[in-house]
Design a protein around this ligand. Structure first.
Ligand code: 13P
Length: 257
């Protein structure tokens, strides 16, 4: 089953408002003819409203980097899914390893956030991935399995089809140390098999699984040739129009290596 590739940029906590708009303007200009893949940018919360105005007539979709699962209430500092919807976000990153590491995100909160996002029609980009120690101790697959089972608990097939998974090995994030295409493919294939064997059967074939962790213009083509790699979640290299554009415009023959 052909899965439409997704290239998503996670800007993390970088850029001022002016820099954000300048970057979006350049990205729109450089990618206006791209139509066979989805482009998503995830700027920090304060820039989302203005960012929407900038990209609203383009092929660039807007995502947030986090959300809260309650609809509204006395939750100082949190942002609800309906707020994101009101500034025309279509995507939201959930469970990024930095949120798990620094802000106490758990598989349980990830699960609630996914359900809240889906209920409002937003597409969750759900991050999972192992630490270096977990990989070296041979616990990688178990960690992935726990995150998948906990994060996606109780979701129906139709809901799973609407979300995007991002496999981001923590040791590859911001380190310049990319997983090789073979290492990434091994885990992507495992995630798809977990979903198929567990409860989603053939639905797993239509779920997009992105790779994230030091994706650069130099490695995107090789990564995208792998059968189960359906796109990328890009941090550092999404902060510059030239490098992100090269990643968006990857060239790959699926399954040729
Ligand atoms: P880098 O591309 O900077 O390694 O970040 C990856 C990431 O965390 C994307 O969400």
């Amino acid at each position: 089953m052909a899965r439409v590739p997704v290239i998503a940029g996670n800007w993390k906590m970088y850029k001022t408002q002016q820099e954000a708009i300048e970057l979006l303007m350049k990205l729109m200009e450089m990618n206006e003819t791209v139509s066979d893949r989805e482009i998503v940018v995830c700027p920090p919360f304060p820039f989302l409203g203005l960012a929407h105005q900038a990209v609203s007539h383009s092929n660039i979709k807007l995502g947030a980097q986090n959300c809260y699962f309650e609809k509204e209430g006395a939750y100082t500092g949190e942002v609800s899914v309906s707020m994101l919807k009101s500034v025309k976000c279509s995507h939201v990153i959930i469970g990024h390893s930095e949120r798990r590491q620094f802000f106490g995100e758990t598989d349980e909160s990830v699960n609630k956030k996914i359900k809240a996002a889906l209920a409002e029609g937003l597409t969750p980009i759900v991050c999972i991935g192992e630490t270096l120690a977990e990989r070296e101790e041979g616990r990688m697959m178990q960690v992935i399995k726990t995150q998948v089972e906990g994060g996606f608990s109780g979701l129906h097939k139709e809901e799973m089809q609407k979300l995007i998974i991002a496999y981001e090995p923590i040791w590859a994030i911001g380190t310049g140390k990319t997983a090789t295409p073979e290492q990434a493919e091994e885990v992507h294939a495992y995630i798809r098999k977990l979903l198929a064997d567990g409860w989603y059967g053939e639905t797993s074939e239509s779920i997009r699984i992105l790779y994230g962790g030091s994706v650069k213009p130099e490695n995107i083509d090789d990564l995208m040739e792998k059968l189960n790699i359906d796109g990328a979640l890009v941090g550092g290299a999404s902060l510059k129009a030239e490098s992100f554009t090269r990643i968006i415009q990857f060239q790959a023959k699926k399954g040729s290596n």
